[in-house]
Design a protein around this ligand. Structure first.
Ligand SMILES: NC(=O)c1ccc[n+]([C@@H]2O[C@H](COP(=O)([O-])OP(=O)(O)OC[C@H]3O[C@@H](n4cnc5c(N)ncnc54)[C@H](OP(=O)(O)O)[C@@H]3O)[C@@H](O)[C@H]2O)c1
Length: 235
């Protein structure tokens, strides 16, 4: 229609995580590490509200059993609309008893043809590719059609790698906690094969650095200009 701007082909993607000073997302074996301080936790709640959708991989659901709800108390606000929570479950490993599937807020499972299982009726299912991995471009197109304007990608290591390698991140924020975990068997910020040369690494541009809690918050944008603008702030 004349005067109307066309909806973007995919939602704005903001990737956020907390790491130790040596770039680890969790303890050895993936055991959850509380790396964020109170102000960083509140910042993440505000992002969940602003973007309207939170996405994690099934590895994070299995290891951490997150609710992905908004902790309104940290924002000193009355509860508002719950963000849509999304899990990448390409092979159907999502535990039936996971809090993610408790039906308390809008929930989407992104899966593939190779997953032979069903989910509770309260869950919206998006079939994204033949599998085993969820095809991110197909998924984001479907999320845009679902009406989402933004998605907060929270991890873990493999999901972060997939979004970064596919160049599907418009903004990235990393909270660096002043602790060291050590390398063996502790998931790093980005899983998968290491880059072999600068032609292969993921290049970002630093936008800001600020002290936060006992650590530092660093904001980045991709080296190539983001194609999708952020949704308007609702806070
Ligand atoms: N510090 C932080 O900010 C933070 C935030 C979140 C999570 N974490 C930590 O991250 C760790 C979990 O990370 P993780 O790497 O094991 O699991 P993950 O990234 O949460 O999930 C990975 C799994 O998602 C499925 N998947 C489907 N499509 C995918 C795609 N296109 N790309 C990537 N994965 C896809 C795959 O499952 P299939 O193998 O079944 O195909 C894959 O193994 C936990 O230790 C958690 O505590 C830390």
């Amino acid at each position: 229609m004349k005067g109307e701007t066309a909806a973007p082909a995919r939602p704005y993607v903001h990737l956020n995580c907390a790491v130790s000073l040596d770039g680890r997302l969790a303890f050895a074996g993936g055991k959850q590490a509380a790396l964020s301080g109170p102000r960083d936790l509140a910042r993440v709640q505000a992002l969940r509200v602003q973007l309207g959708a939170v996405l994690v991989g099934v590895g994070t659901v299995i290891l951490d059993d997150p609710s992905l709800r908004v902790h309104w108390d940290l924002l000193h606000q009355d509860p508002g609309p719950a963000p849509v929570r999304i899990c990448l479950d390409g092979t159907g490993r999502l535990p039936a008893a996971a809090r993610f599937l408790d039906g308390t807020q809008p929930t989407i499972v992104a899966t593939t043809k190779s997953a032979r299982r069903s989910y509770p009726p309260s869950v919206e299912t998006i079939l994204a590719g033949p599998g085993p991995e969820v095809d991110l471009t197909t998924l984001l197109r479907a999320l845009a059609a679902y009406g989402l304007r933004g998605v907060l990608v929270e991890g873990g290591s493999h999901v972060i790698a997939s979004f970064l390698r596919a160049r599907l991140v418009d903004r990235m924020t990393v909270y660096v906690a002043p602790v060291l975990i050590g390398e063996d068997a502790a998931p790093s910020l980005m899983a998968g094969p290491a880059s072999r040369s600068p032609s292969d690494w993921v290049e970002l541009v630093r936008e800001s650095v600020e002290p936060l809690d006992d650590g530092v918050l660093i904001s980045f944008r991709p080296r190539s200009a983001p194609a999708i603008p952020p949704p308007p702030a609702s806070l």
